[in-house]
Ligand binder design. Sequence first.
Ligand SMILES: C[S@@+](CC[C@H](N)C(=O)[O-])C[C@H]1O[C@@H](n2cnc3c(N)ncnc32)[C@H](O)[C@@H]1O
Length: 316
Amino acid sequence: MSLSSLPGDLNPVIANWLQDQDGALLRANADQLTERYRAGQSSARVDLAAYLTTRMPATYAAVRKVLGEVARLHPVFAPTSMLDIGAGPGTASWAALAEWPELLSVTMVEADARFVELAVMLAKSSALKALALATITRAKMSEATGKADLVIAAYVFAELVEKDAGEAALKLWTQTENTLVIIEPGTPRGFARIHAARQTLIKAGAHIVGPCTHAAACPMRGNDWCHFTVRLARSREHMHAKLATVPFEDEPFSWIAVSHTTVPLSGARVIRPPAQDKHSITFKICSELGLVDRVIARRDKAAYKQHRKTAWGDVV
Ligand SMILES: C[S@@+](CC[C@H](N)C(=O)[O-])C[C@H]1O[C@@H](n2cnc3c(N)ncnc32)[C@H](O)[C@@H]1O
């Protein structure tokens, strides 16, 4: 089981801040928060304690997972500046620093004053200069200015109407010196925004980094949506707030990363959990040929051995 959770230096700062919050209120809000976010509801008036306890660990885990894959696919990319759009408490900035500690400058743009205050408090606690000295601005995405090597919009397109997703992606693309990463809840609604952003960005000349292994038309149709999951450990506070009985949860996410640099694309990505029976493993894979079921028979010993551990989200 791969477990992800917040960086160690963030935990005591959040725990300290939570001590001053009302636990009963936190529990009441935490119960519905994940469902609300997956349904794409706005962050306005969201309970910050509930967000820090239950959503931030999950969005951090998803962003970490995506940035790890971006770094794997685009190994020469070494950003020194980043823009975190719809930063909330600064989740994507903390995740980016964990992936690229050489980042020198971090700018967070966030519409809600309460989140700005929280992001400032958390960033100031960091031993990393880029976070401690981050520029944290209260502004809407549409008002954000400046450019950076890396631009990340994590879980914020969900709060836009779907028809604005393409235009918003295009705006962020003009602020991107190298790579733009958009991450959304792994729901049909979240994927619809990723899909719209992908189409617009490809038309604008962007090169795909991932998760697609091709720039052909997306083959997802009907009720199908492209998403992946990351498993994260729940803290004691997280379990308590959600009255949870299992010490982990799976966060579904959809994403797209594009670059001004050409990144070599190859292979096909496994886009569903592999289905295994006594005789074979079946992988649903996406490539420029579309969606295909690839069956590996157990009797094909070499191929079976090679793919036994291939997982949802892997490139084959
Ligand atoms: C679900 S939270 C995600 C926060 C953070 N990126 C994360 O992954 O944890 C969405 C954030 O986007 C902010 N937001 C929503 N619409 C925005 C906009 N148009 N411009 C800037 N921020 C926005 C909200 O205030 C909220 O803090």
